[in-house]
Design a binder for this molecule. Sequence first.
Ligand code: AMP
Length: 339
Amino acid sequence: MIRMILLGAPGSGKGTQAQRLKAKYGVPQISSGDLLRDAVARGTELGLQAKVAMNSGQLVSDDIVLGLIRERLSAPDAAKGFVLDGFPRNIDQADALDRMLEGIKQRLDAVVLLDVRPETLMRRLAGRRTCPNCGAVYNVFFSPPTAENRCDRCGHAELIQRPDDQDEVIAKRLEVYQAQTRPLVAHYKKKGLLRIVAGEGPLDEVFARMESAALHTLKSDSAKLAEKIEVKASAGGRRAAKSGTVRATSAAKKKSRRASAAAKKRGMPAKVVKVAKVDRPAKQKPSRAAKKSRSGKTPRLQKKAAKAANSVKKAVTRFATAVRKKFSKATKTKAGKKK
Ligand code: AMP
C-alpha cells in the first residue's frame, strides 16, 4: 500500500515514473493532466472550460480539477493506494486534498519531488512527440523514433506535439509552476513528507532513486508507527500487569497481537514490532488508598485481614470457653470427692 504525490515541474518525468510505480506496486496513477485531457477529448462541459486554460499554459480552475480528483479518488481501485501525478498544483489544492483524504480516512505516505534543471525541462517538453494512434511517447532529442516522425510501435505515419508543448506555452507553464506549484515543496517539507530525488539520468536509475526515497519515508513512517504501537502495547502490558493477574498477561498479548496486525496491514516488516511480553506480574505499587492507610494495606486486604482477625478471635473465644467449662467440671468433681 502506497499513497504518494509525485511533485515536479512540467517535463520532470512525473508521468513516466508514476507509470512505473503503477506497474510495480499495482496502485493507480492519478494524473490530473490526463483526467483533464480526457474530458477535453470527450468534449464534456468541463473539458471545454478546461481546454482554454490548458492550451495557454495556465492552471485549470480548482473547482474543475478538485471535482475530477474527488471522483477518481473515490473509485474502488484507489482504496488500496495511489500515485498522484500533477496534483496538487497549488496550496489550496493541497489543503483540499488533505480534507478529501481525511474524509475517506486515508493519509499521505510520501511526497517525492523530481528535481530537474530548467534547460533539461525545456528539451524534454519541446522535444516530446506522441503517437495519436497507440499513445507511444518519443523525444526528438533523447529518444527519437527510428524513422522520422513515424511510430516504431504501430507504424502510424505522423507523430504529434501536444498543443501545450509549444515553446511559448512551455515558458508559461514553467512560470506558473514556479509561482504556484513550487511553494508546495516547503509545504510538504514542513509536514515531514518531502523527499527530493535527482530526476535526470537513465529512467531506471531515477526510478530506483525515487523508489528508495519513497520507501525510506514509508519505512521511517512504519518505524515511527511501530515505536508508537510498541509503546502503546507495553503501556497496555504494564497497565494490565499492575493488576498482577493472569488476565493481565492475556490482555497485553491481545494488545500486541492487534499492534502486529496493524503494522502488517501497513506493509511493515513484522519483526519491527516487538511484542510486549508480560509473563510475570510487575511489582505491585501501593495504591493511593493504601498509601493513606496506616497499615499500608489496600482496602481489600484490610477487609480480608479484619475477617481473618475476627475468625481468630472467635476461635480463641471458643477455645477459652471450652477450657473454662473443662476446668469448672474438674473443680466440681474434686469438690464432690472431698465431701
Ligand atoms: P500536465 O499533463 O500535468 O502537465 O497538465 C497539463 C495541463 O493541465 C496543465 O498545464 C494545466 O493547464 C492542466 N492541469 C493539470 N493538472 C492540473 C491541476 N492539478 N490544477 C490545475 N490545472 C492542471
